[in-house]
Structures are given as structure tokens and as C-alpha cells.
Design a protein around this ligand. Structure first.
Ligand SMILES: [Zn+2]
Length: 304
């Protein structure tokens, strides 16, 4: 055989082998290839989930914007910001994510006593008390007062309230004042603030420390009859539509949204409270203050 032909054939074989070898190392071993494929799919899954999450977040943001728009269009924010709620049908809260109010047994009672507040019923046992925030039947759907059962106020303010009860009894001995809320410490106001901060109710809870309730100088109340039933005031407690205020009462009486008996019952409450020295506000039929906001900080200590 010609040596050149032999060499050519040998080189050709080498080239074929080299080519095959190059092809072989270009391929990954089958096990690694499978893993890689799986990982790749996993990553695709992750990207997909992230996209889904972003879409949900986007939908939530859109929902929040819608709520904000609805609120703007139907804004009944209280000018005095006393820290109540809105219509019970809209009650939403963070109670799923926020732990229960971390109050120890007897903590609020002890706190009020440290601030020299008095139990209203120690001043006047005939005044009835049902603290709505110490139950779940409120706009937050959560008890924010722990085991507190009594309503506390500054001593002289509790005395004023006793006067109002006296005036009510003069009008009709079968009627009584029913206190729904009174002194409320800043720590509870803060808890309420946190509870509603991501809900439409955030507009209806006063900033911690800015409510006259935080000084023990405001009271929320209604009137009950001999059977202990609350007189019909036209809206429930903590209803925040214009129906709860006095501004549009005449108009709403005309339109039939409020009845004469509602106005009469509200007027009775206002008259005995005003006669005793309390101030009413225009947005909430149930809320009365012994002093105005601009004066309160000079007169009383904030209950922390
Ligand atoms: Zn109030």
C-alpha cells in the first residue's frame, strides 16, 4: 500500500473519531440533562407563580383604589375624628392578622384608677353601662377593651353626667341614660388604629391621642326605656353616614329617611346633656364632650 494513501486513510479515521468525540462531549450525560430540564421547569414555575402573585397584588391595589374612590365619593369622615366606625354592613378588620389586644386582666381598670378617673356608676348607680368596644358587637368585630366592664370618666365629668341623668328622670322617671363608651386610653386607640389601617374604616378611627375620649372627657350614650331597650335614634351607634348627624335632620325628615320620633329622641338626649353642660357634635348623635378639643390638653392628662 502506498504510504501516502495509508496516512490519508489514518488521518481520515482520526478525524472521524475526533469529530465523534467532539460531538459526544458536546452532549451532557442523560442524568444531568434530566435534572437540568426539571430545574428549568421549576424556574418556569417560579416565574409563573411570581407573575400570578404580582397579578393578585395588582388586583388588590386596584381593589384598594376602587375602595378609596368609593370613599371619596361617599366621604362621611367625621370632622371631630372621635374614633368610631362606619356602617356595620361595611365592617371589615385585620383581626385575622392582628393578635388580640394584649391587655392583662384588670389592666384598664387599674390604669384609669392611676389617672384618678371614676367609675360612672360609683357616682350614679342609676346610669346604665354597656361598653360596645368590650364586646365583638362593634364596627371592628373585635373586643378592644379586654375584661373592662365599667365606664370611666374624670370625676367632675361623671358628676355632670349624673346631672343629665337627673334631668332625664325629671322628664320621664322610666328612662335612663345608657353609656356605650367613655374614657379610652391611647393604647386602645392605637390598637384600633392598627386594626383598621388597611380597611375602609381607617378614615373613621381618630389618630391615637387626638380623641377627647383619650382624656376621659367624652362619652357616647343613648337612652333606654323601662325594659332596657334603646330608644330608636334612626341609626345604630357607630353608623357614620350623614343620617347619624344633625346637619341633615330636617332634610331627611322631609325625605322620610328619618322620622319625627327619631328627631324627638335625639333632641331629648341632646337637651338633657346640654343642660348638664355637655357639648354635642354635628356628626354623631351619641357623642358628647365636656370640653372642646382645643382646650382639653390644657385641662387634662392624656391617658396613655
Ligand atoms: Zn365618641
Amino acid at each position: 500500500m502506498d504510504i501516502n494513501k495509508f496516512l490519508s486513510a489514518f488521518i481520515l479515521v482520526l478525524l472521524v473519531l475526533l469529530n465523534y468525540w467532539i460531538y459526544e462531549i458536546g452532549q451532557k450525560p442523560p442524568t444531568i440533562a434530566t435534572k437540568s430540564y426539571t430545574e428549568k421547569n421549576k424556574n418556569v414555575g417560579k416565574v409563573q407563580r411570581k407573575t400570578d402573585q404580582e397579578t393578585t397584588e395588582l388586583q388588590q391595589t386596584e381593589q384598594q383604589l376602587k375602595e378609596q374612590t368609593n370613599l371619596k365619593n361617599n366621604d362621611h369622615q367625621q370632622e371631630h375624628g372621635h374614633g368610631h366606625g362606619h356602617d356595620h354592613t361595611h365592617a371589615v378588620s385585620n383581626k385575622q392578622t392582628l393578635p388580640p389586644n394584649p391587655l392583662k386582666e384588670g389592666q384598664l381598670k387599674q390604669l384609669f384608677e392611676e389617672y384618678h378617673l371614676v367609675d360612672i356608676q360609683n357616682i350614679d348607680p342609676s346610669i346604665q353601662v354597656d361598653l360596645k368596644y368590650a364586646t365583638q358587637q362593634n364596627f371592628m368585630g373585635q373586643n378592644v377593651y379586654g375584661d373592662l366592664k365599667k365606664a370611666y370618666l374624670r370625676h367632675e365629668i361623671a358628676q355632670k353626667l349624673s346631672k343629665a341623668q337627673e334631668y332625664l328622670k325629671e322628664h320621664d322617671p322610666h328612662l335612663s341614660l345608657l353609656v356605650l363608651d367613655a374614657a379610652r386610653p391611647v393604647r386602645v386607640q392605637q390598637y384600633m388604629w392598627d386594626l383598621v389601617k388597611n380597611t375602609p374604616q381607617r378614615h373613621y378611627v381618630a389618630y391615637p391621642g387626638s380623641s377627647i375620649h383619650n382624656y376621659g372627657a367624652a362619652v357616647d350614650l343613648t337612652i333606654v326605656n323601662k325594659q332596657g331597650e334603646a330608644l330608636d335614634m334612626g341609626t345604630p351607634y357607630d353608623h357614620f353616614g350623614p343620617k347619624a348627624g344633625s346637619k341633615k335632620e330636617a332634610e331627611m325628615l322631609q325625605s322620610g329617611e328619618l322620622q319625627q320620633k327619631h328627631i324627638n329622641n335625639r333632641n331629648l338626649l341632646r337637651s338633657v346633656m346640654r343642660k348638664a353642660g355637655f357639648l354635642s357634635i354635628r356628626n354623631e348623635w351619641w357623642h358628647f364632650e365636656a370640653v372642646r378639643k382645643k382646650e382639653v390638653a390644657q385641662l387634662y392628662r392624656l391617658i396613655k
